[in-house]
Structures are given as C-alpha cells and as structure tokens.
Design a protein around this ligand. Structure first.
Ligand SMILES: NC(=O)c1ccc[n+]([C@@H]2O[C@H](COP(=O)([O-])OP(=O)(O)OC[C@H]3O[C@@H](n4cnc5c(N)ncnc54)[C@H](O)[C@@H]3O)[C@@H](O)[C@H]2O)c1
Length: 378
C-alpha cells in the first residue's frame, strides 16, 4: 500500500492543546448508562484527570451513578447543554445511545471542547457529516470510541498488510456475529439505537479491515438487513414487541482502489458463525478467526497463507495478550491527544467511511438494489 494511500487521513494538528504542568484534564460524562461506567472507571484511574460533572436526561440517574463511584461532590445535570454551559471542560465523553450522538457532540465542538464519542459514529451518514463539519470549524477534535484499535492483534493485522506480505489487497470477507446475542435496553429500539447489529458490532468488523487497508473510500453498496430473530418472541422474549432495528446485515461493497468487501454481521442466527475474516492479496492472504461474541477482537491465532520457493505455505501468527485494558488505553489516548495538541487517535475522517457503508447498507436494503455512496463535501 503506498504512503499516499496510507497517509490520506493524516489529520492536521488541532490548535487547542490542553496543557499546563500539574493542571488536571477536566472531563464531563454525557449519558450515564452502561458504557459510562467504563469511562468513569478509566478516567478515575488517570492521575491527571478530574471528572467534574455528569449529565443524564433521566432525572437522578447521573447522581446515582456518580455516588456509586464515591464521586459525591461531582456536579450533575439533566441535559448535555446544562452541563456544557455551566462547566469549564477540556473534554467530554459522549456515552448516550446512538440517536443522541450528534447533538451533544456538536454542542461540545461549538464550544471547543474535545469529544470522545462512543461507537458507532452516528445512525445516518448525514449526521456524521454534520459532526465532521462542526469539527472542522472547532478548535477541538472528536475521537471515536473504538477500543479494539488498541489491541496488539488488531495492530498486527495492519502491520501485516503494510509489510507487503499480502501484496495488493483485492478482496476482503469480514464480519461475524453471535448465534444468540441480541442485547436489550436502548440498543433495540429505533428511537434510541436507530441501527442494530450493524451499528453495535458491524462497525467494529468494518474498522478491523478498513483500518488495515488504509480506509479506502466506499463507492457502491448492495445491502440487506433483517430482523427475524429480534422480532420473534421465540428468540427474543418480551423484547420482541419493541424490537425495531436490524439483527442481521450483509453487503457487497466496492471500495476505491478496486477492493471488494463482502460483509455480514449478526446479533442472532442459526449457524455459529458467518465465517472468519479473510483478506486476499496478490501475494498472500490472511485468515483472522472470528469470535463467539463478536465485539471487535481476534478469535485465535491468525494464519498467513503464502508461497515460499514455489511451495504453498502457511504461517501461524500467535495471539498477543495485551497486558493493559483496552478501554483504559482508549481513554488515555484521548487525554494525551487533547493535552498535547495531537490529532484524534481514532479520527472522524476514517470513521465517516465506516458510517457511509452502514448508511449505504440501510439505503440499499430499503430500495432493494445497489446504491452509490455519496459523501458530501465537509
Ligand atoms: N465501546 C464499547 O465497548 C461500547 C459498549 C457498549 C455500548 N457502547 C455504545 O455506548 C453508547 C451508550 O450505550 P449504553 O449501553 O451505555 O446505553 P444506555 O442506554 O445504558 O445509556 C445511555 C444513557 O444516555 C442518556 N442520554 C440520552 N440522551 C442524552 C442526552 N442528550 N444528554 C444526557 N444523557 C442522555 C440516557 O438516558 C441513558 O441513560 C451506545 O452508542 C453504544 O453503542 C459502546
């Protein structure tokens, strides 16, 4: 892969660096549901970070969460606007459900506050574009919450592609899923989650391979989504009634540079897996085993297929066990980038393409035909 391709997403450094010897990085938590707990715990373990406030639109929810962590003096609000208007903040974690990713993020960016935004980026491509435009005008950045990026095994996939061991990549099969693993809560309703398996775990498997090949622009997509398990009480109990998102998605995507992406993701299905991830190159191929509970990790030793001296050979790439927690690394990388004026660790410019594919799958599925992916000027 050429330097030009791999460096296309190199971000300009942002003006706003949160520096100062001994000064703590002041952070606010927006949305205090399940994932906020990992954000709070990870910030609390950073000696140079102070959680100064939290907000949740459910009255009393933020207070109860903070009290649980002994953060009894930290202020609480019932909207992201109130939190941002009343506090001096260096950064916020946006831990709201998908339908509420855009508004708090833009509100923070307009006030030059750095944002760590949970995945998926948004529900629609239009929302993601709006965030990118707000970021362009802001002195602050948005980093997306893809903690698998910090996994050494994920980094190895990218290193293998960049080493040239596969030669020019032309075909990728990716995705994964669970035989039964439909979440509940706010994930399964259109008014909160907006997208189902596609956004929850699909964005991770897309990131696994797109990041490895330098995030080429998606050009067209032919997509399919279904909800047979989510809507069926036999498989989803009482939640079947309120289930209004996808539980399975599949797509055939053409990427810039002539790469074909064959993708499928499931919260529920009858087989145990829709297959491992495979990256085909002209000089070699890489098999990345899937996991039972697909959440963006490598399921076992990877296999590199190649020819040596005219013989077909395969090399096993052992799994690396990361010592530090991935979530803590994601939090640390956000704080470090904000403090040092560095580019966002997981930039919007890349994840915009990830979102464009998800959006394209939904559009194509609705129309029942292939669609062109059009990303308007940021
Ligand atoms: N990175 C990961 O490993 C990971 C894991 C789980 C969930 N997530 C993502 O995190 C997000 C939240 O998931 P969750 O399971 O914590 O959901 P959740 O429903 O438990 O929590 C979301 C909270 O946000 C609050 N909220 C909504 N809009 C708000 C607003 N404008 N201001 C303040 N509070 C608001 C809700 O009342 C709710 O309490 C989702 O986008 C999800 O995809 C990421």
């Amino acid at each position: 892969m050429s330097d030009a391709v791999l460096s296309q997403f190199k971000q300009p450094e942002k003006e706003k660096a949160v520096s100062g010897e001994g000064k703590k990085f002041k952070v606010g938590i927006i949305g205090t549901g399940w994932i906020a707990e990992s954000h709070i715990e990870s910030y609390m373990s950073q000696p140079d970070v102070e959680i100064v406030a939290a907000a949740d639109i459910i009255p009393g929810k933020a207070r109860a969460k903070l009290d649980h962590y002994g953060l009894t003096n930290v202020r609480c609000y019932e909207s992201h606007q109130e939190l941002i208007d009343n506090e001096e903040l260096d950064g916020v974690s946006v831990c709201t459900y998908n339908r509420q990713h855009k508004d708090p993020t833009i509100y923070a960016l307009e006030r030059n506050i750095h944002v760590l935004l949970e995945k998926p980026f948004t529900v629609t491509l239009d929302e993601a574009v709006e965030i990118c435009r707000a970021e362009k005008k802001s002195k602050a950045f948005v980093s997306l919450g893809f903690q698998p990026r910090f996994d050494e095994n994920m980094k190895m996939i990218k290193k293998i592609v960049e080493s040239g061991a596969l030669g020019e990549v032309y075909y990728i099969q990716t995705g994964g899923g669970r035989r039964r693993g439909i979440p509940g809560s706010t994930f399964i309703e259109d008014k909160t989650g907006g997208i189902g398996a596609l956004g929850d775990i699909g964005c991770y498997s897309l990131d696994m391979v797109l990041n490895a090949v330098g995030y080429p622009k998606p050009l067209t997509v032919s997509g399919y989504v279904s909800d047979f398990f989510g809507k069926n009480p036999k498989y989803n109990g009482a939640d079947a009634k309120r289930f209004s998102v996808d539980d399975f998605g599949a797509a055939f995507v053409r990427l810039e540079g002539g790469i074909i992406l064959d993708f499928r993701i499931a919260w529920a299905m009858h087989p145990d897996t829709p297959g491992d991830t495979l990256i085909f190159g002209k000089e070699g191929a890489l098999r990345i085993p899937s996991t039972d509970c697909w959440n963006g990790s490598v399921g076992g030793p990877m296999i590199l297929y190649h020819d040596i001296c005219g013989e077909q050979a395969q090399t096993v790439i052992p799994l690396v066990h990361t010592r530090k927690g991935l979530f803590e690394m994601k939090i640390r990388s956000f704080v470090d980038a904000a403090r040092q004026g560095l580019p966002a660790p997981v930039p919007t410019s890349q994840i915009l393409y990830n979102q464009a594919i998800i959006d394209g799958i939904n559009k194509s599925a609705k129309l029942g035909r292939e669609v062109e992916i059009v990303i308007t000027e940021i």
